[in-house]
Design a protein around this ligand. Structure first.
Ligand code: BMA
Length: 328
């Protein structure tokens, strides 16, 4: 399945227009997987860190699910520890998910930690949003949740050099137990996730356990010619292990090599086609920012994206409607 982050919320030069989607503008169909971001829901804000309204996110989740689409949610939650340090001169990333200035953060929010109650408040707010996601009949909408992502990197406060593997695993286990056992939420598929890795041992550092994880996912952006081989290697061991553990596997974030006119057809498609990867998601077409992380390759090279769309190996919304993934 093809997925796109914030596809239903905005594009590079438009903002929340009814039924609009950059993907649809190019190929006439929506992505099968719609990604949304929950950063700042923990603060009780009306809008996410990307200025997207949570009310509108909830609306779009319901619409996409009603059409038969799949939902995935990411969460760049603030840094609960450094956020408490008042510093009027502080600049970004102070207090954000990207603030890696302290290694005490994860320990401080686990049971017994100084900010444990604060973290509970954050999880309460998250749970309230999750519980609100219901279809027309009041039945909970299933979705993939991918918190504490890209653990193999050290650019978020939950990253590999910022906390211990045990702390990371405990953070995951506490979060799932809170949502599943305390709040009785059972419509979530939990996606474990890393940034680029070269071995399965590296991938599994801090893995919280097969009893709570449903999906093994990988984020990897194309930063140069070595990407294809590295992706091939990583998807090889991840999908092999996913099958043996009865888990799903996904390439949950990716993005094109800058300026490459045939990235979709000659790099991404040949590699992912080899493996049972349930979805591939490209990141957001950030609204009018100078720097975009994934760029918008579909827009720069529409024919190449159409080739990807037309491949029998890719599913967009119409395909999964036909496949009736929810067995309606
Ligand atoms: C990142 C970037 C940020 C954004 C965040 C959450 O990778 O796109 O600009 O705030 O994701 O969506």
């Amino acid at each position: 399945m093809y997925g796109h982050q914030d596809d239903l919320m905005y594009g590079f030069n438009w903002w929340y227009e009814k039924d609009r989607s950059d993907t649809k503008e190019i190929v006439g169909d929506y992505p099968a997987v719609a990604g949304f971001e929950l950063g700042h829901i923990e603060l009780g804000s009306e809008r996410s860190l990307d200025s997207v309204s949570f009310t509108q996110i909830a609306e779009q989740i319901k619409i996409h699910y009603k059409k038969g689409g799949v939902i995935t949610l990411s969460w760049h939650l603030n840094n609960p520890f450094t956020m408490q340090i008042r510093d009027t001169l502080a600049k970004w990333p102070h207090g954000t998910a990207w603030d890696v200035s302290s290694k005490e953060v994860v320990a401080s929010i686990l049971p017994g930690g100084k900010y444990h109650e604060l973290f509970n408040t954050w999880l309460e707010r998250l749970a309230t949003f999750f519980i609100s996601l219901k279809d027309d009949k009041g039945i909970p909408i299933p979705f993939i949740f991918r918190p504490f992502h890209e653990h193999s990197g050290s650019f978020f406060w939950w990253g590999t050099n910022i906390c211990t593997d045990n702390e990371y695993s405990a953070l995951w286990r506490y979060t799932v137990s809170f949502l599943r056992d305390k709040k009785n939420i059972h419509n979530i598929l939990y996606a474990y996730n890393t940034d680029r890795v070269t071995s399965f041992e590296q991938y599994m550092r801090g893995y919280p356990g097969d009893d709570i994880i449903d999906m093994l996912s990988l984020d990897m952006y194309d930063r140069g010619a070595q990407f294809g081989g590295e992706l091939d290697n990583a998807l090889g061991f991840i999908t092999r292990e996913a099958i043996s553990r009865n888990k799903l596997a996904a390439l949950s974030e990716t993005g094109e090599r800058k300026g490459m006119p045939d990235w979709w057809s000659s790099v991404l498609l040949p590699v992912v086609s080899k493996y049972p990867v349930v979805y591939v998601l490209t990141w957001r077409d950030a609204f009018k920012t100078k720097v975009t992380v994934s760029g918008n390759p579909a827009k720069s090279f529409p024919d190449d994206f159409k080739y990807f769309y037309n491949s029998p190996r890719t599913f967009f919304l119409k395909d999964i409607q036909k496949a009736n993934v929810y067995g309606r």
